[in-house]
Design a protein around this ligand. Structure first.
Ligand SMILES: [Zn+2]
Length: 346
């Protein structure tokens, strides 16, 4: 396991190999390595010459197929949107689309749909190609829409014995209780800051101070923070920050102009962190996401009221729930920024 902070969970998951839970729910905060953990676990289960501790050997024919993404006894269930993004990325692990929209044509589904689950029933129904177990990875499991989750229940209820499921989610509460109750659950933790910074420095070659800033901006999640090592991601993030920090003095139209073309989920996510920091500073705590902007946060927070900031945070949460398909992205930006200006005006 490449992530030190997941080592205890990794050892525990490998130890469960013999206990034959046929479904395992991996949950924990976003950006800590859950997907990589789940992939490594699936590979370990499929490996035909596992190491003494149960981890995959990385050398057998099964490991070779797995690495190439064509092991016949493995299925990954992901939203069509994620699969297409990965294909566009050249399927390079760890590659991520930068936050700027643009190359998107038709909107692929962000749900895991019922036809995907039905296709799985056939896979589960037949014997494995290699005589070992079969593995189904569902990532993120909270993308299962209601019909798909229902269809999955049937498959989870009738384990053919040879198929093991791994479900991955940041939001276990978003899964139907009926699905959760059929899974053994394993919580993956957020790392301590120092461990995450050490990993970021080793991973990106950045200096410790940059790593610390990125980690804070990512709310402590190291894999999210790593995205800032990409100059395009970093530039987009800086642009969003400069724009938000300029409010309310910058006009709403000018600020909206700067954010136009950036994916709504991206700028809105940063805005929510900014407001969360304003709330913390207003309450006398230190900023969590943007410690390097403590001065500006303090000045803005003093001019505002706790009630106005709380109201703003709730309004932004409501916008975030509807952000996947904005009818008019520009109007969404202006709407959000007008609310920010109103809150900061006291
Ligand atoms: Zn192997």
């Amino acid at each position: 396991m490449n992530f030190d902070w997941l080592t205890p969970a990794w050892e525990s998951a490998l130890a469960q190999r013999r206990r034959q839970h046929h479904a395992l729910l991996l949950h924990g905060p976003a950006g800590i390595g859950k997907s990589a953990f789940a992939q490594a676990l699936a590979q370990a289960w499929l490996c035909e010459a596992p190491l003494a501790d149960g981890a995959a050997c990385g050398r057998c024919v099964a490991c070779g197929w797995f690495a190439q993404g064509n092991h016949p006894d493995f299925r990954l269930l992901a939203p069509a949107a994620a699969e297409e993004a990965e294909a566009a990325d050249g399927a390079e692990a760890g590659g991520r689309q930068p936050g700027r929209a643009g190359a998107k044509s038709a909107k692929p589904s962000r749900d895991i749909r019922i036809d995907q689950v039905r296709a799985l029933e056939r896979f589960v129904g037949v014997g494995g190609h290699r005589g070992g177990c079969k593995v189904v990875l569902i990532d993120p499991a909270d993308a299962l829409n209601a019909a798909a989750a229902n269809a999955l229940l049937k498959t989870l209820e009738e384990p053919s014995g040879a198929t093991r499921f791994v479900l991955v989610t940041d939001r276990p509460d978003a899964l139907p209780a009926t699905v959760r109750s059929r899974c053994a659950s394993l919580a993956l933790p957020m790392p301590q800051a120092e461990a995450a910074i050490a990993w970021l420095v080793a991973e990106t070659g950045a200096d410790e101070s940059s790593a610390r800033t990125w980690l804070a901006a990512a709310g402590g999640a190291p894999l999210r923070a790593r995205r800032f090592a990409d100059p395009a991601e970093s530039a987009t993030h800086r642009l969003i920050m400069e724009t938000l920090a300029g409010l309310p003095e910058t006009g709403v139209v000018q600020a909206a102009e700067a954010l136009t073309g950036i994916e709504a989920a991206v700028w809105l996510g940063v805005l929510q962190c900014w407001v969360a920091d304003l709330q913390r500073v207003r309450a006398g705590a230190g900023p969590r996401f943007f410690p390097e902007r403590a001065g500006r946060l303090g000045a803005l927070a003093r001019a505002s009221s706790p009630a106005a900031l709380d109201r703003l945070a709730m309004q932004l949460s409501a916008l975030a729930r509807a952000v996947d398909h904005p009818l008019n992205p520009r109007l969404l930006i202006e709407d959000a920024l007008l609310r920010v200006r109103a809150a900061l005006a006291g």
